[in-house]
Design a protein around this ligand. Structure first.
Ligand code: KE4
Length: 431
């Protein structure tokens, strides 16, 4: 898809990157394959805006896929990272800021009695799964279609045919022997979970769930769904892992579990917890976490876990969110509602089928006329219409996540000016 924006330098950078990195990227979604065309190469970012190598400015509507809730180059985080770097980037030894950040996490997530930092959301989810298996002595796990928990083998699994049947590899390189211990079930379907527990009685270690799905686009839990998962895991002696990598500190200080009032056994975190630096965490019940080495038999480790720079950035970010909680989340709610509903109204006026799913400052415009409550209904979206919209919005300076199946995010640096920019761009792009 051609564009009216100068892209010379980005295209040259893309060609160079493609000769070194598969697809020219370090993470597939950045390659724009779902929408076509060439991705701009970012040179710098500040506040709500990205600036590419050709000098184009874009309003950032994906925020590094969630972490940049306070906008790019948030000054307290920049200062904290700079001063931490002057004390060395990594010690490989214990230091005070690990507990300093852990205390802030525990303050926001009362269900987290103990936690451990890792370097990504993938590591957090992979480690939580291993811990659940080690704690229960059981092999099988349940995940849900459309939910993504990082790229660990046992989580790259598609739904087998039918309900409560074994998963099949969702990626080359994942052996069937691994996938077979993962049950991939429809989201928002408690009957499917009951069937799975009946079919694999006493064999299921845990359920891992995105409490609000962000990786099929935004999909909200049906009323009672999360409470139903909690009841079934209690009933069957399985652990409930709530994956708050995306929703943690995003939907509220205490993530989705604060909003929906569900207490998991384990929580996984990432993105915002590190203020944009490589950082994840997993934590929960002390009796479960104490099965981790060096206290217990479940091994888990990481050279850069608890890294001083990531801890400093996380402390600066969470401190601001905690100290300005009401102002932050009321602003995010107001601005995101204006954006999501404003564009939906334009589409409706023009007879363009559009379903908007939103909670707080994460949302998705699905190009379908149907309600979207699981992956199957999300897949009724017209991806070609989304791609055309995405490129038109790019040409008007609005950078949406480059896939129909991703969530858009708003930062505290988005304001009324940015709302108007988006609505004006949408009026020119929704054709
Ligand atoms: P990372 O390993 O990418 O830090 O986290 C994996 C992960 C785990 N759980 C949830 C709910 C997540 O959303 C993610 C990662 N999210 C994607 C965005 N859909 C990361 C973007 C990418 O893969 O480049």
């Amino acid at each position: 898809m051609s564009t009216s924006r100068p892209m010379t330098r980005s295209r040259a950078l893309q060609q160079r990157a493609a000769s070194l990195l598969p697809g020219g990227v370090d993470s597939p979604v950045r390659a724009f394959r779902a929408v076509g065309g060439d991705p701009p190469f970012v040179a710098r970012a500040l506040g709500a805006y990205l600036h590419d190598a050709d000098g184009n400015r874009y309003l950032d509507m994906f925020g590094s896929w969630g972490p940049m809730i306070l906008g790019h180059a948030f000054p307290p985080a920049v200062e904290a990272i700079q001063s931490a770097a002057a004390r060395s980037a990594s010690f490989g030894a214990s230091h005070a800021d690990e507990a300093n950040l852990a205390e802030l996490v525990v303050r926001c997530f009362p269900s987290v009695e103990r936690l451990r930092f890792v370097s990504s959301g993938t590591e957090a989810c992979m480690s939580a799964i291993r811990l659940a298996r080690g704690f229960t002595g059981r092999k099988f796990i349940i995940k849900f279609e459309g939910c993504y928990h990082g790229h660990a083998d046992s989580l790259l699994v598609k739904a087998g045919s039918g309900i409560a049947t074994l998963g099949i590899p969702g990626s080359a390189g994942v052996p069937e022997e691994t996938a077979m211990h993962t049950l991939a079930l429809p989201y928002n379907d408690l009957a499917a979970v009951e069937s799975a527990f009946a079919a694999y009685h006493g064999q299921i270690a845990c359920i891992i769930v995105e409490p609000v799905v962000g990786n099929a686009g935004t999909i909200l839990p049906a009323p009672g769904y999360l409470a139903g998962l909690r009841a079934l895991t209690h009933q069957h002696g399985a652990l409930l892992i709530i994956d708050e990598v995306m929703t943690g500190f995003r939907l509220s200080l205490g993530g989705a579990q604060q909003i929906y009032g569900v207490t998991p056994d384990l929580t996984t975190l990432g993105k915002i917890v590190g203020g944009g630096l490589p950082c994840g965490a997993f934590g929960g019940r002390a009796d479960v976490m104490e099965h981790l080495a060096p206290l217990g038999p479940v091994y888990q480790a990481g050279t850069l876990s608890g890294n001083p720079l990531a801890m400093a950035a996380g402390i600066a970010t969470l401190t601001h969110l905690i100290e300005h909680e009401h102002a932050v989340y009321s602003h995010l709610e107001r601005i995101t509602r204006a954006i999501a509903e404003g564009v939906a109204a334009i589409a409706h006026e023009r007879g363009i089928p559009l379903t908007t799913n939103r909670i707080g400052s994460m949302f998705t415009w699905f190009f379908t006329g149907q309600p979207v409550h699981d992956f199957t209904s999300a897949a009724t979206s017209d991806a070609a219409s989304f791609a055309r919209f995405h490129h038109a919005m790019m040409d008007h300076g609005i950078w949406l996540p480059p896939s129909q199946y991703e969530a858009a995010f708003v930062s505290t640096e988005h304001g009324d000016v940015e709302v108007e920019l988006i609505l004006e761009a949408a009026r020119k792009s929704l054709t």
